[in-house]
Design a protein around this ligand. Sequence first.
Ligand code: HEC
Length: 123
Amino acid sequence: MPLRSCKKQVWKARIQVALFGLLGVGLALASEPGEKLALQVCSACHVVAATQQEPPILNHVTPSFCAIANRPETTLKSVSQFVLHTHWDENSVRITMPDPMLMPDQAAQVARYVLSLRGRCQF
Ligand code: HEC
């Protein structure tokens, strides 16, 4: 391929990436506040949305938010209680979840987002 058209291809790819980025921002703005919070705070360790760009970096299997949402025993209260009271630290042998240090209203928002996925998510 001649160099010029190769450069063109690169630009095309860059523009596509930029557009997809904007689309992602748009989706994040349009959706529930809890989803944005989940993407920011929880996505390092959980798959929190079908639109999540990066896989979790945690090398430990965690349930996806879809899986959590679809468990019959999951409630708004169970999710926010869990998030507010979990407290793994590096001295505990079994890996559990460290305290994400959310305020109670943020925990409630995230819980609402998790429950909003019930029955309509596939991830
Ligand atoms: C540093 C990694 C990490 C982050 C960040 C994290 N989690 Fe977790 N989470 C885990 C791990 C590990 C488990 C599995 C815990 C266990 O097995 O006891 C877990 C389990 C859970 C569970 C319970 C699932 C069950 O099996 O009952 C919920 C609910 C949950 N996380 C929600 C969240 C929410 C909401 C956030 C963001 C506010 C979040 N997590 C952020 C690592 C994380």
